[in-house]
Design a protein around this ligand. Sequence first.
Ligand code: NAI
Ligand code: MG
Length: 362
Amino acid sequence: SVRKVFKIACIPGDGIGVDIAEAAVQVLRKLSERVGSFEFDFTTFDWSSRKYKELGYYIHPDGPETGMEELKKFDSIYFGAVGWPDVPDHISLWSLILPIRSSLSQYVNVRPTRILRGTSSPLSNCKPGDLDWIIVRENSEGEYAGHGGITHAHSSNTVATEVSVFTRVGIERIMRFAFKTAQSRPRKKLTMVTKSNAQRYGMVLWDKIYDEVKGDFADVETDKMLVDAMTVRMVLRPESLDTIVATNLHADILSDLAAALSGSIGIAPSSNLDPTRNNPSMFEPIHGSAPDIAGKGIANPVGAFWSAAEMVRWLGMENAADSLMTCLENVTDSGIKTKDLGGSSSTKEVTEALCTEIERMM
Ligand code: NAI
Ligand code: MG
């Protein structure tokens, strides 16, 4: 029979991004080999801070747009992490990851978290099952719209503005996606997060559109929270939450907290989706390049594997994605874990254990 071929652009980036992307490619190859009905054709792009230091650009000398045309030819993008101490972080982010998210209309960022078998939460009373969330992050506008400027930069009167941009179109499409996500889960429960007491225009528009959209999803149980109170609820009543929707900045922060509460920032995946499927979507762990542990071979690859599973799911192979997650949890359950999860295994050892488990199970 004919195997379906998926073209994947792989952008390892910087630091541990390189280690975990390599690990994810190895696991995806093993998975496709065992399932047999599909295969991945990877093309690696060296778009990194090292290259920027050498050549003065991340993606293309003519500007990032030229690179985007290349990316559009792929079925999916797999991303490691970007950022290195010798390049200011706002340059690396705005030269690589943010242009991809915006040019390819990846306006949704989905960030699931739960406590995997064989791992534990730093919350003493939180058992697996008590924390099982999906954070839906607005990924195209809001606080990261890039709208603002700096004047009198070299005087003592420097003024900088960082303007949040919220549009009806942008809010409504993320809200509908979040309601649909909540509806697809057993508990059918959505919590909407804003800061509409202090921020009285954009955040109030979020409240208004939430009220409008709610009417179309009568079977979804809803509530709303202010973001500061939300951090307290996540820590004290994790079992009361299921699907969460929030702005670009708020969800960025809440999802790091969510990852820590479920064991480590090293386990959490993210999907940057263009739900219209007109453009390829991009999959990456939520963590950064972790310069403090880069090159030591100890980065936790679990978030990278979970992101790979989400990519497989988005490409339509639901069963293969579920099997990959089962194998991954069999590995964590057997105690093969990196240091951040209380284990002593290396990135390579976890990766090999997962490949062996895939061979055994599939
Ligand atoms: P980070 O996520 O890289 O690291 C935070 C802490 O978590 C560090 O102590 C690190 O060792 C640990 N950690 C992260 N991932 C881990 C893993 N897989 N296994 C074990 N430990 C892990 O965040 P940080 O330090 O704020 O940023 C470092 C660089 O990464 C910066 O240049 C930043 O701009 C960039 N960054 C890039 C992102 C992306 O590419 N999407 C996202 C977040 C940060
Ligand atoms: Mg973040």
